[in-house]
Write a protein that binds this ligand. Structure first.
Ligand SMILES: [Zn+2]
Length: 261
C-alpha cells in the first residue's frame, strides 16, 4: 500500500467509533464486531489482550465469517471463531431477504432505520449516515438492502420523535434478530421502566441465567434497535455506565432525559 493510502486508512480507522472500543479492550462490545490486522493476518474480538495494532492495518468485520472471507484467520488468544455465551450478532438474518432502509437526523446525530417485512430490524445511531449504512450491510450481509428514504419517511419521523422521548412506547412493530439468549436479554431490557436502570447482574438473574452477566453485556452490545430496546438502561453493578454501542455520551444523555421526564 502506498504511504498516502496507508495514512487514509489510518484516519478512517481512527475516526471509526469501534476503534476506541479496541483501544480500551471493551468486553461489552464482544460479539458486536471483530477486527482484523493486516500485518499479522489474524482477526480478534474487541477485548483481545493482544498488542494494540497500528490503525492503518485494521479493518472491522461484523462476523467471524466475513473476516475469514477476507482472508484472515482466528487469533489463538481470544478465539473469535468460537461462539461464546450465545453471542452471534446476526442470527436470524435470512439470505436474499429484502430490507429497506432510510437515514435521517435525530437529536443524537444521524439515525438509520431499517425495515423487514415484519417490522423494524435495525435502528442505528451515529455521527455519519454512511458509516451507519455500512454497519447495516455488515449486520445483514446476505440480504438485499435498498434505500427508501421516501417510503420510510414516516418511520424516520417516528423514530426521531421516539428517541427524543424514549419513555413512551414505540408504536412501530419491532423485528429484532438474534439468538434465543439475546432475545431473552432484549425482552428483559424492554421490561426496565424508563427513568430506572438495571445492572447486568440483575438482568442475568431476571432471565434465569445468574452466572451470565458478561454474556448479558454482550447481548446488550449486540442490540440492533438503539433506544427501542433500551440497552442504555443496563449499567454496571457499581452504577457505572459501562459501554454503549452508540457512544457513552449518548447513553448518559438518554438516561438524564429519562430521569427528568
Ligand atoms: Zn485476539
Amino acid at each position: 500500500m502506498h504511504a498516502l493510502d496507508q495514512q487514509r486508512h489510518a484516519i478512517r480507522t481512527l475516526g471509526d467509533p469501534r476503534w476506541a472500543r479496541i483501544v480500551v479492550r471493551d468486553p461489552t462490545v464482544d460479539g458486536a464486531f471483530y477486527y482484523s490486522v493486516k500485518s499479522t493476518g489474524v482477526y480478534c474480538r474487541p477485548s483481545c489482550a493482544a498488542r494494540l495494532p497500528r490503525p492503518e492495518n485494521v479493518d472491522f468485520h461484523a462476523t467471524p465469517a466475513s473476516a475469514e472471507r477476507a482472508g484472515f484467520r482466528p487469533c489463538k488468544r481470544c478465539r473469535p471463531d468460537q461462539a461464546r455465551d450465545g453471542a452471534q450478532p446476526i442470527a436470524g438474518a435470512h439470505a436474499g431477504e429484502r430490507i429497506r432502509f432510510a437515514t435521517g437526523t435525530c437529536i443524537f446525530g444521524s439515525v438509520l432505520v431499517a425495515r423487514s417485512a415484519e417490522g423494524l430490524c435495525a435502528i442505528l445511531i451515529g455521527d455519519d449516515a454512511d458509516v451507519l449504512a455500512q454497519d447495516l450491510q455488515h449486520r445483514f450481509p446476505a440480504s438485499k438492502l435498498s434505500r427508501d428514504n421516501e417510503g420510510l419517511s414516516h418511520e424516520i419521523a417516528e423514530v426521531a420523535a421516539f428517541v427524543e422521548a424514549p419513555g413512551a412506547d414505540i408504536k412501530l412493530p419491532l423485528d429484532p434478530r438474534g439468538t434465543d439468549f439475546q432475545q431473552r436479554v432484549w425482552r428483559a431490557l424492554r421490561d426496565i421502566e424508563a427513568g430506572t436502570t438495571a445492572s447486568y447482574v440483575q438482568i442475568a438473574q431476571r432471565i434465569g441465567a445468574p452466572a451470565s452477566a458478561r454474556a448479558v453485556a454482550g447481548a446488550c452490545a449486540a442490540n440492533p434497535l438503539a433506544v427501542a430496546i433500551p440497552c442504555h438502561r443496563a449499567v454496571r453493578s457499581d452504577g457505572g455506565l459501562s459501554g454503549y454501542r452508540w457512544g457513552p455520551e449518548r447513553k448518559r444523555a438518554l438516561l438524564e432525559r429519562e430521569a427528568r421526564a
